[in-house]
Design a protein around this ligand. Structure first.
Ligand code: ADP
Ligand code: MG
Length: 371
């Protein structure tokens, strides 16, 4: 395979997500996938652990250790920690062998400001990159989901991550209309925490809320689908046995009245009710973006359907809900959690061809930072 001259050996694409960071290494694919979390010693600022190890400490740390999510709201909220996290992941991917400093393509939310872009470029450079290129998240998500972004046909991608939901209509290699709202997975977790607090006076942690969302959360009263969708079309029915999720879950928290630990059983209906507000906000963002889309392109979207990516795409019944309310087909991308990383990786692998497309609207699509 012919390789682009501008990228070599250990060049990489980084999906710097608010919840998870994925690193794609040229010629290898996605080699790292860890939570965007750093455990920091508050006394001296030293980093204790990064990624999976740090996430397991969330809500369990002694008072002098804080688990920081440097990208929490879809922007770099804590620049120094973000840089250290990126440095850690890049180092982990490169190992101890000595390579020339890599070129890096980093994916960023479409709504970020020039100053925030600069911060990402500097963080990547500080983390050891020789040159940094930025690609907008919905574009990377669309490429990773296999959408024909360069063709003169409209496609819509909705990427629901931890901090932000990115909605974009893409045609001819450019973003035609886009919207980035700060309501996504984290807001759903927060809504569950607040529901349980109000209704049962029970305090629960973020991890418990996220577990509830994933196990019994939903966006519409859907029949529980088998956990293994491929089994539907001719797969071994035995495979799905025991995988159908239950419609209730038992959680533990702290009773706010007695201050003592308490167990509680919650139903899927309750969690759906708790999630109504953030889910409505996401549906609204998609509706507004469709409203602003030129009619020819909406026609294309009606035919092709809306493609969902990001971890939030996995919320049960969200596809059904969007499709019913907007009267448009909705499909969940294959491996929604990996789409952005794969799309960013494609920008590394096919840099020259994608660049030609992207250069058509350089300001909107690809900000290149030469360092
Ligand atoms: P980011 O790009 O912001 O890092 P991701 O695309 O990695 O975000 O998605 C992470 C979000 O997806 C988290 O809020 C997580 O709780 C949520 N998520 C992951 N799996 C599921 C699931 N099965 N159901 C609902 N939400 C999920
Ligand atoms: Mg993402």
């Amino acid at each position: 395979m012919a390789q682009s001259k501008s990228f070599s050996g250990r060049d990489m694409g980084i999906d710097l997500g608010t919840a998870n960071t994925l690193v794609y290494v040229r010629g290898k694919g996605v080699v790292l996938n860890e939570p965007s979390v750093v455990a920091v010693n508050a006394d001296d600022g030293s980093v204790l652990s990064v990624g999976s190890e740090a996430k397991s400490t969330i809500g369990r740390t002694p008072s002098n250790i804080v688990a920081v999510r440097p990208l929490r709201d879809g922007v770099i909220a804590d620049f120094e920690i973000a840089e250290r996290m990126m440095r850690h992941f890049i180092k982990k991917v490169l190992g101890n062998r000595r390579f020339s400093r890599p070129r890096v393509v980093v994916c960023v939310p479409s709504g970020i400001t020039g100053v925030e872009r600069r911060a990402v470029i500097e963080a990547a450079a500080g983390a050891g990159a020789r040159a940094v290129h930025l690609v907008e998240e919905p574009m990377a998500a669309a490429i990773g989901a296999g959408l024909p972004v360069s063709e003169p046909t409209g496609c819509m991608v909705v990427d629901i991550g931890g901090g932000t939901t990115e909605v974009a209509v893409i045609s001819l290699g450019g973003i035609v209309t886009a919207r980035s709202v700060r309501t996504a997975g984290d807001a759903m977790d927060a809504a569950i925490i607040s529901y349980v607090k109000k209704k049962y006076a029970l305090a629960i942690g973020e991890r418990t809320a996220e577990d509830l969302k994933m196990s019994i959360g939903s966006a519409s009263p859907v029949y529980w689908a088998p956990a293994n969708p491929s089994a539907e079309d001719g797969g071994d029915p035995e495979e799905t046995q025991g995988l159908v999720p239950s419609d209730r879950a038992v959680i533990r928290g702290r009773d706010q009245v007695s201050g003592l630990p308490k167990t509680l059983e919650l139903t899927a209906d309750e969690i759906r009710h708790a999630l109504a507000e953030p889910v409505d906000a996401i549906v609204m963002a998609v509706r507004q973006t469709l409203d602003e889309t030129p009619p020819e392109l909406s026609g294309d979207i009606m035919d092709r359907g809306i493609v969902l990516t990001g971890g939030g795409a996995l919320l049960r019944g969200l596809d059904v809900r969007l499709s019913r309310e907007l009267d448009i087909p909705v499909v969940i991308a294959e491996n929604p959690l990996d789409c952005v990383a794969i799309g960013t990786g494609r920008c590394v692998e096919d840099f020259s061809s994608l660049r030609t497309v992207l250069d058509a609207q350089p300001n909107r699509l690809l900000a290149t930072g030469r360092l």
